[in-house]
Design a protein around this ligand. Structure first.
Ligand SMILES: NC(=O)C1=CN([C@@H]2O[C@H](COP(=O)(O)OP(=O)(O)OC[C@H]3O[C@@H](n4cnc5c(N)ncnc54)[C@H](O)[C@@H]3O)[C@@H](O)[C@H]2O)[C@@H](O)CC1
Ligand SMILES: Nc1ncnc2c1ncn2[C@@H]1O[C@H](COP(=O)(O)OP(=O)(O)O)[C@@H](O)[C@H]1O
Ligand SMILES: [K+]
Length: 522
């Protein structure tokens, strides 16, 4: 299901499993350590060929406990293993037990103070079992030096991180202010991935990610808010045999003044490709000729001089509206002005229909955020990028600033977007490689363009306009706001991956048929 448990939720899941299955102390740790060893050889089969030299770094808590298991198992297998430990008196009974077993197996143990950086050059594998989800402050002093030394190694040693790369916060994927973190080639985590594996610096520091089952049981979340990874509902996206164009919904996209229509045209084409039955682009009368020359399947309507937005919206078949891309932020009060943009948004919100507000529809409210929030309702999706988010929610955006909160646990993008959605009273999608979507109930989803889904070519002008069109198209088809945002964001990344290098925004809608065909064949 792709649940993403926070550190607290993971601890509860572990406690429940221990109680439910009456597990003896250290059993879960043994499974965790074994899973890491298995993942190492599965990732790098060549390591099994020679005389493997390993350095295992063990921290003072249960992450270190996993490290003692890994060291013992690798030594049993025949590797040349040494442990560097932070403490000879681990903080838990389980970790102490596995330390004793490693010592009994004859694995040499050194205190971390006895460590010299060049030793990293003399091994094939470094196992980072310093800190996992229990990290509570930035790495400092000798540990920070050690982590820096590993980062600067020149040899071929691979680094595998146990649960989290040490120094990275598991809930946010951020490095606490002033700290450093391990950069791993492989990270092996347990039961479910954690938000920090996908958010912020997570993917960059994890390398590759493996989620190992350690028998904690179903990963269904307990009470409380649990985020999950975005996924498509193929059955919902497919169209049944029956129905006509009106049964798939009519999306209305608002466009800007003459010369600024490209963004809205991109959104309109995306709405049509994602399966809305009809799409109408409504533009100021003066921009009709320009748009008519550029559109075929997308219909065109003129606004102004007798025809206004409420008159268009009187057509009950229009199921969703998209406003923002290219709408305008100019001076004055005419078409394309910030004043006109705010007025249009006001009319859309008063109408109460499903709506996507993006780009200029958001920026035009930088100094009118409270007025906007007072009109938003639960059928709206806001799709800000970082800058637009900061204009509407400056205090929340500041919590994501790298310099903020020295000495405190870093804020998570998940918590910040949930707070924004609660304040706005609607669904909020904060764009980026780690896109986070939340609605006012706190339900939340991460759509990460990371690991096997990297899509750096999405960072191109106009790709955000396509995303807002996708979401509007899906809402026209009857998708609820969170589902539309999640599905749109997922399809957006898949379309980019399908095209690959050289992608420009126009290419994105054209990749949807291929993405759909593959999805429906699965
Ligand atoms: N609880 C369990 O049953 C299981 C736990 N597992 C492992 O246990 C880990 C969590 O264990 P813990 O909760 O003990 O937490 P950690 O082992 O991640 O770290 C906690 C310890 O590190 C210290 N610490 C935190 N930040 C520090 C810093 N910046 N500098 C110096 N010391 C710092 C804390 O005071 C504490 O002693 C997981 O990440 C996972 O690897 C796995 O073995 C699976 C089973
Ligand atoms: N490095 C990246 N990897 C994956 N997706 C990205 C990356 N950078 C940006 N994106 C995505 O590209 C889109 C850019 O949208 P936006 O910033 O609104 O651009 P524009 O205004 O030019 O359309 C967003 O959906 C964002 O999530
Ligand atoms: K670790």
């Amino acid at each position: 299901m792709g649940w993403l448990l926070t550190a607290d939720q993971m601890r509860k899941a572990e406690e429940e499993a221990v109680r439910r299955d009456a597990l003896a102390p250290g059993v879960l740790m043994e499974r965790a350590g074994s899973a890491v060893v298995e993942a190492i050889f599965s990732r790098w089969p060549a390591l099994a060929a020679g005389r493997l030299r390993v350095l295992v770094l063990c921290g003072p808590g249960n992450n270190g406990g996993d490290g003692y298991v890994i060291a013992r198992r690798l030594a049993d297998w025949g590797a040349n293993v040494r442990i560097l430990e932070m403490s000879d008196d681990p903080g838990s009974r389980e970790a102490a037990l596995h330390r004793e077993r490693a010592l009994a197996a004859g694995v040499p143990v050194l205190g971390i103070d006895e460590f010299g950086a060049p030793e990293v050059e003399a091994v094939d594998l470094v196992v980072d079992a310093l800190f996992g989800i229990g990290l509570s402050r930035p790495l400092e002093g000798v540990i920070a030096e050690l982590v820096r030394g590993i980062g600067q190694r020149t040899g071929a040693a691979r680094v595998v991180a146990v649960d989290m790369p040490s120094g990275l916060d598991g809930d946010s994927g951020r490095i606490p202010s002033g700290g450093v973190a391990i950069r791993a080639d492989l990270t092996v985590t347990f039961h479910t991935a954690k938000p920090g594996h996908y958010l912020a610096r997570g993917p960059e520091h994890c390398g590759a990610l493996v989620v190992a089952d350690i028998g904690i049981g179903p990963s269904a979340p307990g009470p409380g808010l649990v985020a999950r990874l975005a996924r498509p509902d193929a059955a919902r996206l497919a169209k049944g045999g029956a129905g006509h164009k009106y049964s798939h919904g009519h999306a209305l996209i608002l466009g800007g003044p003459p010369g600024a229509g490209g963004a809205a045209r991109l959104a309109a084409r995306a709405a049509l490709r994602v399966g809305a039955g009809l799409v109408t682009l409504a533009v100021p009368k003066g921009a009709l000729a320009e748009n008519a020359a550029r559109l075929d399947a997308v219909m065109l309507a003129g606004l102004g001089e007798g025809r206004d937005l409420p008159a268009l919206l009187a057509d009950a078949r229009i199921a969703s509206v998209c406003a923002g891309p290219g709408l305008g932020m100019g001076n004055g009060t005419g078409p394309g002005s910030a004043v006109a943009t705010r007025a249009l948004v006001g009319e859309i919100l008063a109408d109460g229909r499903a709506a996507v507000l993006d780009a200029d529809a958001l920026s035009a409210h930088a100094d009118h955020a409270e007025a906007l929030f007072s009109r938003l309702h639960d059928k709206v999706v806001l799709t800000p990028h970082g800058g637009e988010f900061a204009r509407l929610f400056p205090d929340l955006a500041a919590m994501l600033d790298d310099q903020a909160g020295k000495g405190r646990a870093p804020s998570s993008r998940l918590a910040v977007v949930r707070a924004a959605a609660a304040r706005a009273g609607c669904c909020v999608l904060l764009k980026g490689p780690d896109t986070v979507i939340a609605d006012a109930t706190g339900a939340s989803v991460i759509n990460a363009a990371a690991y096997e889904r990297v899509a750096p070519w999405l960072a191109t002008a106009g790709s955000g306009d396509v995303l807002s069109g996708l979401i509007a198209g899906l809402m026209a088809r009857g998708f609820a706001p969170l589902a539309a945002a999640e599905t749109g964001a997922w399809l957006h990344v898949e379309a980019a991956r399908e095209f690959g290098p050289g992608l420009i925004a126009e290419d994105l809608p054209e990749m949807l048929p291929i993405v759909f065909r593959r999805l429906f064949a699965e």
